[in-house]
Design a protein around this ligand. Structure first.
Ligand code: ATR
Length: 270
């Protein structure tokens, strides 16, 4: 029996158990995937305890993605560059930290908008949190020529621009002016999410062939995506990032690279 779990605080909202247990069933594996609510101050000792119990690995969610970095024996290049670990693989007595959010972000766009050319033009990324860092790192890896970051707190945008090449900051109040020549707009803020304020953005200056991606997936069709679609832009919803980031983690623990199928999509959106 292979065991894995998501660690968070709180953790009850996490969709990871649903996703991984769906795949355990689909591929007929002997496994179980749970949810562990662990306070930040207990992370080190609880991680050690669960590893001693034989867990094959974990996903990390808020507030642990950054806190777990110093507890890892090895951290892969992506997790180091993004500054966050969302997946732990236990090998022998070693804790290996990985970041699969970058894969999830890119794979979602590649599968939902096949043929989209990341090199074609600049991208505008809204937000400067963990999801923004994953998006920016992924876009640079795919050859995006320039990335513009607009964030409410400008110091966080400036810190990102200092960490990555070809990243510029744009004042939050002037984000519409950065739309003109971009080929990709990505929202990584929580604006537009159920229960959060709306993302108020005028898309008038957006090029008709630019792609628009929202990382928010509740609701699936955010106002940003609705507005973009109505004016003829191709859009990519956020649900695929959540589903695709889970695939490499599942493969590490259970030995099968799983598919994202329609039934899984339906269950996660229920
Ligand atoms: P994640 O890890 O999902 O990226 P996060 O680190 O909490 O989450 O980042 C949330 C992002 O949404 C941040 O860029 C945040 O802006 P600040 O850096 O200024 O906090 C952005 N955000 C949240 N609420 C916002 C609001 N009301 N207006 C503008 N931006 C907001």
């Amino acid at each position: 029996m292979i065991r894995a779990a998501v660690i968070g605080h709180p953790v009850s909202h996490s969709k990871s158990p649903l996703i991984h247990n769906y795949w355990i069933g689909k591929y007929g594996l002997q496994g179980a995937y749970g949810a562990l609510d662990i306070r930040p101050e207990n992370l080190a000792q609880d991680l050690e305890k669960y590893i001693a119990e034989g867990y094959a690995g974990f996903n990390l969610t808020l507030p642990h993605k950054e806190l777990v970095l110093p507890l890892c024996d090895e951290v892969d290049e992506t997790a180091r560059a993004v500054g966050a670990v969302n997946t732990i693989v236990v090998k022998g007595n070693k804790i290996k930290g990985r970041n699969t959010d970058v894969f999830g972000f890119l794979e979602n766009i590649k599968q939902s908008a096949p043929g989209f050319d990341f090199r074609r033009g600049p991208a505008l990324v809204l937000g400067a949190g963990g999801a923004a860092r994953a998006a920016v790192y992924g876009l640079l890896q795919e050859g995006a020529p320039e990335i513009r970051i607009a964030n409410r707190t400008k110091e966080k945008a400036a810190a990102m621009a200092a960490d990555f090449k070809n990243v510029k900051t744009v004042a939050w109040e002037e984000k519409e002016q950065a739309l003109k020549d971009i080929s990709l707009l990505v929202n990584t803020t929580s604006l537009g999410m159920k229960g959060q304020p709306p993302l108020d953005m005028d898309l008038e200056d957006l090029n008709a062939n630019a792609l628009v991606n929202d990382i928010v997936y509740a609701p699936l069709e955010t106002d940003l995506l609705k507005t973009a679609r109505a004016r003829g832009n191709q859009v990519v919803t956020g649900i695929g990032m959540l589903l695709h980031q889970a695939r490499p983690a599942f493969r590490e623990w259970f030995g099968v690279l799983p598919d994202v199928d329609a039934e899984l999509m339906r269950r996660v959106l229920e």
